[in-house]
Ligand binder design. Structure first.
Ligand SMILES: [Zn+2]
Length: 223
């Protein structure tokens, strides 16, 4: 807070913009400052001022960036990289020559190219969206999904394990579990309707299907 007589002065080191007073306030902010009665109001106003100044400072920097030396170099770097990559693609022998004549820069180019290609071919998220398309955002290392879909998956309600529906007891247990799941919000409306439908089906089929026989013939087929 050097050079500032007031404890509320600016400390961001951005200097003072046109129309700002010694506290960094605009005319409008100054008027509000006089009206502020509580410490909270003053703090809010100071926060507002600091955020505005930070925003304006960034805007200024953004506008000035293309004229700065780093800004110009970065732009040249991008343009050069693309132009040189096009040369190499047209003449595959060029790389070997360049490695002979200017190894250092050719190696820098190679490293940039590999990094970009690696980013482009990174494993993609396998999450299937509602419209059937796959997400394709870069995957989290060692996982099947991207950050967002990993979070979504983890937030999903845990699976419900139904009892065997072969007899009336099992079906009754499943109905109780299904009802509990609806109450707990583990099933949405559509899932609950489908489960209800299958349980009805199971109930109307119980006693009519001979599971023992079917299972035996199934095992026999497999072996
Ligand atoms: Zn994803």
């Amino acid at each position: 807070m050097e050079g500032n007589a007031t404890p509320y002065g600016v400390t961001d080191g951005f200097g003072y913009g046109p129309g700002e007073d010694a506290m960094g306030f605009t005319e409008e902010e100054r008027a509000l400052w006089y009206k502020a009665r509580t410490q909270e109001e003053r703090s809010a106003l100071l926060r507002h001022r600091d955020e505005r100044r930070a925003r304006e400072h960034q805007d200024q920097e953004r506008q000035a960036w293309p004229e700065t030396r780093p800004g110009q170099l970065l732009k040249q770097l991008g343009e050069c990289f693309q132009a040189y990559r096009a040369c190499v693609e047209q003449d595959p022998l060029l790389q070997e020559k360049a490695l002979e004549f200017d190894a250092m820069n050719q190696k820098i180019f190679n490293r940039m190219k590999i990094t970009i290609e690696r980013a482009n071919t990174a494993p993609r998220c396998r999450y299937e969206k509602a419209n059937g398309a796959t997400c394709r955002a870069p995957r989290v290392r060692g996982k099947k999904f991207c950050h967002m879909h990993l979070m979504l998956e983890e937030a999903r309600p845990e699976k419900i394990k139904l009892p065997n529906l072969a007899d009336a007891n099992g079906i009754h247990g499943a109905i109780a579990q299904g009802a509990q799941a609806v109450v707990d919000g583990k099933l949405d409306y559509k899932q609950a309707s489908i489960l209800g439908y299958y349980l009805q089906l199971a109930l109307s089929n119980v006693g009519r299907v001979d599971f023992e026989e079917e299972q035996e013939s199934f095992v026999g087929d497999e072996q």
